[in-house]
Design a protein around this ligand. Structure first.
Ligand code: THU
Length: 136
């Protein structure tokens, strides 16, 4: 399966226009690739009750899962900010990514004009809380 890194970055950039970030004005886009080549995108969606805001990473993953896809179907993930410095997924998103993506899934963190840092889900959150931990 070919990872469409460039296309993922482009789609994550395109979806920035849909970011509902009326409070922070901090736009984030994300995109993931399904193994059949489909790309699913999402943005951050804020709320007047600030704590209810949803990050772009989670919007994207929840959309994919709502469409019926599961972690085994997802071959790459990308998060993008248009700023000049690297922005990596927040702690809450790392926890969600660690359950809804495979540990070795590549994660592209895109920023600036065309900069991309590549990592994996496992690298982002090595000691994650797992669903297996609930089996006491
Ligand atoms: N945000 C994301 O969408 N992803 C991140 O990884 C960090 C933060 C959003 C949440 C909020 O809408 C805005 O950025 C400022 O925190």
């Amino acid at each position: 399966m070919k990872i469409k890194e460039k296309e993922l970055v482009e789609k994550a950039k395109e979806v920035l226009k849909n970011s509902y970030s009326v409070y922070s004005h901090f736009k984030v886009g994300a995109a993931l690739q399904i193994k059949d080549g489909t790309i699913i995108t999402g943005t951050n969606i804020e709320n007047a009750s600030f704590g209810l805001s949803n990050c772009a990473e989670r919007s994207t993953l929840f959309t994919a899962y709502s469409m019926g896809y599961r972690k085994e179907d997802i071959v790459a993930f990308c998060v993008l900010t248009p700023l000049d410095h690297l922005v990596s997924p927040c702690g809450a998103c790392r926890q969600v990514m660690s359950e809804l993506l495979l540990p070795e899934t590549p994660v592209f963190m895109a920023y600036g004009k065309d900069k991309v840092v590549k990592t994996t889900v496992q690298e982002l959150l090595p000691y994650t809380f797992r669903k297996e931990d609930l089996n006491v």
